[in-house]
Ligand binder design. Structure first.
Ligand code: 5GP
Length: 186
């Protein structure tokens, strides 16, 4: 458990600890399993892996290294979060560089919470004429869902807790933690 006392960007000081939920070994093992499933399903296909910035970056880089197939990558930035609460507003601040028309697209996400971000992104990419569209998420909080959406490849289902690490942030901090931890406020 790591002790933190941190001044948020808004100026408020918060004190919290980070309690390990999933260890580095557990996450790494599961990523290898997901990669092998993806590898099996995309044999002979023209795979385009789309990462949603910034949260998916750490997961995605580990994942693609384990997929022994030709593939392309691209990134999009779509967010609905500020601090620890959902705003319900989706903002696309960076779009894809690659045309997804007729492509076999795999969206990589850090976590599915309400599902709003992904359902919006999925609809947008489908409207551009993808040949197929699947979702791979490291984490899933099914109890928080407000729209119907499911990962085709899911690392772990987790309880309704705010987590950090492995790409996930708290006020832009902790993305570099090599494990998944729960933010426990004091
Ligand atoms: P959704 O649109 O599914 O509600 O939100 C998805 C996004 O919210 C994720 O990509 C992630 O950036 C953020 N998010 C949701 N739950 C958590 C969480 O527990 N921790 C962190 N750090 N971000 C979260």
């Amino acid at each position: 458990m790591t002790c933190q006392s941190y001044v948020l960007k808004g100026g408020n000081r918060v004190e919290y600890t980070i309690k390990t939920l999933l260890t580095r070994e557990e996450v790494e093992r599961r990523i290898k399993e997901l990669a092998k499933e993806i590898e099996k399903d995309y044999q002979g296909k023209d795979l385009l892996v789309v990462g949603l910035l910034k949260g998916s970056v750490v997961f995605m880089t580990d994942l693609i290294k384990e997929i022994d197939l030709p593939l392309e990558i691209d990134f999009m930035s779509a967010s609905s979060y500020s601090g620890t609460e959902s705003t319900g507003i989706i903002n696309i601040s960076k779009d894809l560089d690659i045309d997804v028309k007729d492509r076999e697209v795999l969206i990589v996400e850090d976590i599915i919470d309400t599902g709003l971000t992904l359902s919006h992104v999925r609809k947008m990419l489908e409207e551009r004429g993808t040949k197929s569209l699947k979702i791979c998420t490291l984490l899933d909080k099914p109890s928080r869902r407000t729209v119907e959406i499911k990962g085709d490849y899911t690392g772990f289902e987790i309880p309704d807790e705010f987590v950090v690490g492995y790409g996930l942030d708290y006020d832009q901090q902790h993305r570099n933690l090599p494990y998944i931890g729960i933010v426990v406020k004091k």
